[in-house]
Write a protein that binds this ligand. Structure first.
Ligand SMILES: [Zn+2]
Length: 522
């Protein structure tokens, strides 16, 4: 591979021959020194033609996945709300400075990664990921999930408390999970705890141990070891959480009396969709908003799928509820009308709804009524998707998508007028703030962790079994062409993914909230 950057002198670290072909552009109205030159480089027997802007010299280095990066230079860095040329310097895993002159000399001896015109912005923070390890590691695991995350420009994941066995519902179980994840993560990983009936006395010890918040269900969760809570459980839980600063996440669906008995064809998507109507979300969200207003504990609605609940959410926020809302890439990208019969890889709960509803979700994102977009990566073994029968009622509900979040979002969002700063707000900053990681994750700021994604927003690629790094290849996005390809991912200055290769070491850390940020009374 060939990386070219501007340096004070010619420095070639490996066999290379260069042949300058022509001067493309000169300064001073065509009379001054050559500023842009086209040349042919021959390295490792491969001929490469490159045009360099403002060429003073070139340098070839061998930076590859696994390298520690001291600085990144690009013609396109997101600095504040603007995209501009810059040199980002990195010290001890933190962003040290962002210099507007990408040609600035580096004061340290380390390696500069010059990514040319690729866009550099904060790494994605995906705060809704089911890793499933330990206990259901055959569904997904830390090694595969975090490599897929790295390949998708995700630098932090937050692991959900359920689908692993044991679920993260006690302090001891949290320790079991931390042990299972140790040494296996290619990106940084934080942890949600779980609220189930009767475990309210475990919650504060888990907060002290560093969980970023809790999740509960108001309906069957899909796994028996993570039962859902009742209204009376929730009052006890809220009293435990008051004053801690933590956040309670709600899977917002509630059983409601069905108006019609369902007896449609279970291999038709419409049959499944009718079994989880919008009103199930609406009723659950009414419960959440009442609790949130009454107890003033931060509450968060995960994977909002139905736009019919937006009015209740808006009203609660206006009334002072500390309430946030996420939606997922699948609700913004896929629509019920396009799901073929038997295609159970599209099944998730709440369900993917119709295109009119999807448009309203996009409007709510634009208006700020939905705060963030996450993957809700929830894979399983292919056999649990019941593809043989194509029975939506029996298939596992969960969509595999962690690796493709940025590209999925950008493919649709860019066409709707969303900008790169919007992407950073919705996929990086807001999720980091939800998890109280906003002081080190989610923005490109000196002092923050040097977590970066390097990507080409204009470049298209097709999702194939070969480029999927999840444990299983089954995903509704197989064969889809997406816009925005990730070239590299940096986690605290470590180049964990670059040009299709991974760091040999799993350098991800556990992100446990420091005790100092929780009140002494805990
Ligand atoms: Zn989930």
């Amino acid at each position: 591979m060939l990386y070219v950057s501007q340096q004070q002198s010619w420095q070639v670290n490996k066999p290379l021959s260069l042949k300058v072909n022509s001067c493309i552009r000169r300064t001073q109205s065509g009379k001054g020194p050559c500023r842009t030159v086209a040349f042919t480089a021959l390295a490792d027997g491969t001929e490469t033609s490159i045009a360099l802007n403002s060429l003073t010299s070139i340098r070839v280095s061998d930076m590859e996945a696994g390298s520690t990066v001291s600085a990144i230079r690009s013609q396109r860095v997101l600095v504040g709300e603007e995209i501009q040329p810059a040199l980002i310097t990195i010290k001890e895993g933190k962003i040290h400075s962002i210099l507007p002159d990408p040609g600035a000399a580096l004061n340290t001896a380390g390696e500069v990664l010059d990514v040319g015109n690729s866009l550099v912005m904060p790494g994605i923070v995906d705060c809704h990921v089911h890793v499933n390890e330990p206990g259901r590691t055959d569904w997904e695991g830390y090694w595969t999930a975090t490599r897929a995350a790295a390949a998708g420009g995700v630098t932090t994941i937050v692991d959900m408390p359920l689908n692993s066995i044991p679920p993260t519902t006690t302090l001891q179980n949290l320790h079991t999970k931390l042990q299972a994840a140790a040494g296996q993560c290619f990106v940084d990983t934080a942890f949600w705890g779980g609220v189930i009936p009767g475990n309210q006395l475990e919650l504060r010890p888990m907060i002290r141990a560093g969980v970023v918040g809790f999740k509960c269900f108001l309906i069957h969760s899909g796994v028996d070891e993570f039962p859902h809570v009742s209204d009376s459980d929730l009052h006890k839980v809220m009293r435990q959480l008051q004053g801690t600063g933590t956040v309670l996440l709600f899977h917002a669906e509630k059983e409601v009396p069905q108006l019609l008995e369902e007896d449609g064809d279970p291999s038709e998507y419409s049959t499944f969709l009718r079994s989880r109507p919008d009103v199930m979300e609406l009723e659950a969200i009414r419960t959440v908003t009442e609790l949130c207003l009454r107890y003033q504990v931060r509450c968060h609605i995960v994977h909002l799928s139905s736009a019919q609940s937006l009015e209740v959410i808006r009203a609660a926020r206006l009334a002072g509820a500390p309430l946030t809302v996420e939606t997922t890439h699948h609700y913004l990208t896929l629509s019920a009308e396009d799901i073929p019969p038997r295609a159970t890889q599209f099944k998730c709960c709440p369900p993917i709804r119709g295109t009119a509803n999807q448009e309203q979700l996009w409007s709510a994102l634009r208006a700020g009524d939905i705060d963030m977009v996450v993957s809700d990566h929830s894979p399983c073994t292919p056999s649990l998707k019941q593809l043989d029968s194509g029975d939506f009622s029996q298939a596992w509900g969960g969509i595999s998508s962690l690796q493709f979040g940025l590209s999925l979002f950008w493919s649709s969002a860019s066409k709707r007028g969303f900008s790169v700063p919007d992407v950073v707000r919705l996929l990086c900053k807001k999720p980091a703030l939800l998890c109280r990681l906003g002081n080190r994750k989610g923005s490109l700021t000196p002092g923050h962790d040097a977590d970066l994604v390097i990507w080409d927003p204009e470049k298209e690629f097709t999702v194939t079994e070969d480029n999927i790094h999840h444990k299983h290849k089954l995903t509704p996005y197989l064969g889809r062409t997406l816009c925005g390809e990730v070239k590299g991912t940096v986690v605290r200055g470590n180049l964990v993914y670059f040009d299709g290769s991974f760091s040999p070491q799993a350098v991800g850390q556990h992100l446990l909230l420091e005790q100092i940020r929780t009140p002494a009374a805990l």
